[in-house]
Design a protein around this ligand. Structure first.
Ligand code: ADP
Length: 267
């Protein structure tokens, strides 16, 4: 973008009279941000419209063909409930995402016991693991681990990672949560805590790994929908970890499983 302004009278640039000052401004960043925003709005609209279209279709069927068929009515109401819950989850995840994106620069100062957070996340996911025949194993440190953090947000991080490991990596039969204290990590000033969620499932093709934390990015959209996923889980995780000045690493090997590790500064 170029702006042309008349040359101020006191500026002597040794230009002929009547010259102009041209300033150049790089708008690549602004255009990129605008494109990302447009993409996001299009994605949200699409994600909301899919369950809405299904709901409208079933309402019509219930008014018409299925009116006097009690079994069909039951079946359709079950599907409608599932679609409405999906919308509810999506709106909840969108709210979480906008909240954590908004205060990313504010570092939590209150101390939280990470062990208690992890215990809560494991307890919350135990019924899902059991239903899928997955054994949840907790390894490493189990004593109190105090670090600056937001307990609700950290619970969300580890619940999301555990839920994904059970849903997408559960075929391996085991999900392992390992906690380790680290005295010194290159790039971090003080001590840190590493939490790792590892599964023995099918693994993820390396081409997908760098994009997994993008909003609405899924390896297999159909599978994610079937599992009730919103496609926002890892984006939320990434922002919460950033807010805690932490780091996240995703490693995976096809046929062997995946490992999501989070490193959080402890001081
Ligand atoms: P979703 O709501 O689809 O689960 P996420 O952002 O949590 O959204 O995850 C994005 C995608 O990453 C998932 O759709 C899935 O394809 C992939 N994924 C996440 N965790 C795992 C895992 N442990 N094993 C294999 N694939 C995974």
């Amino acid at each position: 973008l170029a702006t042309v302004a008349p040359l101020p009278p006191d500026v002597d640039l040794r230009m002929p009279k009547g010259g102009a000052l041209v300033t150049m401004e790089d708008v690549t960043g602004i255009e990129e941000a605008e494109a990302i925003r447009r993409d996001f709005v299009a994605n949200v609209s699409h994600e909301l419209r899919t369950p809405l279209t299904a709901l409208i279709g079933f309402i019509e069927t219930l008014r018409g063909a299925a009116r006097d068929d009690a079994a069909a009515r039951d079946r359709f109401l079950t599907i409608m409930e599932r679609e409405a819950s999906r919308m509810n989850r999506l709106v909840g995840d969108l709210l979480s995402l906008s909240r954590v994106e908004a205060d990313e620069r504010v570092r939590p100062t209150a101390l939280v016991d990470l062990s208690a957070v992890l215990k809560g996340a494991v307890q919350a996911l135990a019924p899902l693991a059991e239903a899928r025949g997955v054994v949840l194993v907790r390894a490493g440190e189990t004593g109190p681990l105090r670090l600056p953090g937001d307990p609700d947000q950290l619970t969300q991080v580890f619940s999301n990672l555990l839920e994904n490991a059970i849903k997408y990596g559960g075929s391996g039969g085991e999900v392992r949560l390992t906690v380790e204290q680290i005295a010194h990590e290159p790039g971090l000033r003080g001590p840190a805590v590493r939490v790792e969620v590892a599964d023995k499932g099918e693994g993820i093709d390396p081409i997908h790994i760098p994009r997994l934390t993008e909003r609405f990015y899924r390896v297999d959209t159909h599978r994610s929908r079937e599992q009730g996923g919103t496609g926002l889980g890892l984006a939320i995780v990434k922002h919460i970890v950033a807010r805690h000045r932490g780091r996240m690493r995703i490693e995976s090997e096809k046929g062997k499983g995946s490992r999501f590790s989070v490193l959080l500064p402890a001081g």
